[in-house]
Ligand binder design. Structure first.
Ligand SMILES: [Zn+2]
Length: 265
C-alpha cells in the first residue's frame, strides 16, 4: 500500500488536550487518536459529515480513553463499523486489536499504515503510532517536555524518549497536550544559554497569544530545545549535577535528575 499522509486536525478537549482526527481527501472516513471526550468528537464528525472508522489509543488514562464507550454507541446508531486499537499492556477493556512493538495498523480508508512503538514510562503499556514523517505519541514526548513517570522507571522513559529522538528529524510530533509554554519555563531553567530555545520561546509566546496550537512540533526542533532529549549534552549534565549533587552523569541518570527537578519546579 502506498502510504499517503492523512490530513490531521486537532479537536480540543478539556483544558489542554488535543484529540487528533485523521482524514483523507478521497472519502469521508476518519480515525481519532485518544478520544478522551466523546461529545467534542461527535460535534466534529457531524459538522464535517465524517464517518468514524477507527480509534487509536496510546495509553489507558481517562483523558485519552474516556470517550470510547459513547463514540461506539453513536457509531452503532449510525451502523458504522469502528475498530479500536490500543496497547496490549495497558489494560483497556474496549480494544478490538491489542498492539505490541513493531506491529502495524493498516487503515485502508485513509491509505496509511502505522508502526507501533512501545514507549513505557508514563504508563507501563504506552505506545505511539508512527507513519512516514508523523508520530502520535500521547503523553510520552511533549514539546519542550515529557510525560510524568506514573508507572514506569526513569530508565524506561529515557529509553522511550531516545527511541522517539532517533526518528527522522522532519517527523511531525502530535502529542496529546498543549503544555509547551509551561514546559519552556523549565527548559530555560535547565539551559538558560540555549539560543534555539530562546528563539522558540518567542515563537510559542506569539502563537499562544493568538490562541494558536504549538503542536505539531518536530523531532529536529525537540532535539534542539527539549532538555529531556538532551541528556547527553554537557549543559544539561551540568544543570542536573547542580540540582542533585550526584557525580553519576550517565544520560539516564541525568534524565532521572531533571525529571525529578521538573516534578518540583
Ligand atoms: Zn496520560
Amino acid at each position: 500500500m502506498s502510504n499517503i499522509h492523512p490530513s490531521v486536525t486537532a479537536i480540543k478537549a478539556f483544558s489542554d488536550n488535543y484529540i487528533w482526527a485523521l482524514s483523507s481527501n478521497n472519502n469521508d472516513s476518519v480515525a481519532l487518536v485518544d478520544p478522551g471526550h466523546a461529545q467534542v468528537c461527535i460535534d466534529y464528525l457531524k459538522k464535517n459529515n465524517l464517518t468514524l472508522s477507527a480509534i487509536l489509543i496510546t495509553h489507558h488514562h481517562s483523558d485519552h480513553v474516556g470517550g470510547i464507550k459513547e463514540l461506539l454507541e453513536y457509531a452503532k446508531e449510525k451502523a458504522w463499523a469502528v475498530t479500536v486499537y490500543g496497547p496490549v499492556n495497558d489494560n483497556i477493556s474496549q480494544l478490538d486489536i491489542k498492539l505490541k512493538e513493531n506491529e502495524t495498523v493498516t487503515l485502508t480508508d485513509l491509505a496509511c499504515q502505522f508502526h507501533v512503538l512501545e514507549l513505557p514510562g508514563h504508563t507501563h503499556g504506552h505506545i505511539a503510532y508512527y507513519t512516514n514523517k508523523m508520530v502520535f505519541c500521547g503523553d510520552t514526548l511533549f514539546s519542550a517536555g515529557c510525560g510524568r513517570l506514573f508507572e514506569g522507571t526513569a530508565d524506561q522513559m529515557h529509553q522511550s524518549l531516545t527511541k522517539l529522538a532517533n526518528l527522522p528529524g522532519e517527523t511531525l510530533v502530535y502529542c496529546a497536550h498543549e503544555y509547551t509554554l509551561a514546559n519552556l519555563a523549565f527548559a530555560q531553567a535547565v539551559e538558560p544559554e540555549n539560543e534555539q530555545l530562546h528563539k522558540y520561546v518567542g515563537q510559542v509566546k506569539r502563537l499562544r497569544q493568538e490562541n494558536q496550537a504549538t503542536i505539531p512540533t518536530s523531532i529536529a526542533l525537540e532535539r534542539q530545545v527539549n532538555p529531556f532529549l538532551r541528556c547527553d549534552k554537557a549543559t544539561v549534565k551540568l544543570a542536573a549535577q547542580k540540582y542533585n549533587k550526584q557525580t553519576n552523569t550517565s544520560d539516564s541518570k541525568v534524565f532521572a535528575a531533571i525529571r525529578s527537578w521538573k516534578d518540583n519546579f
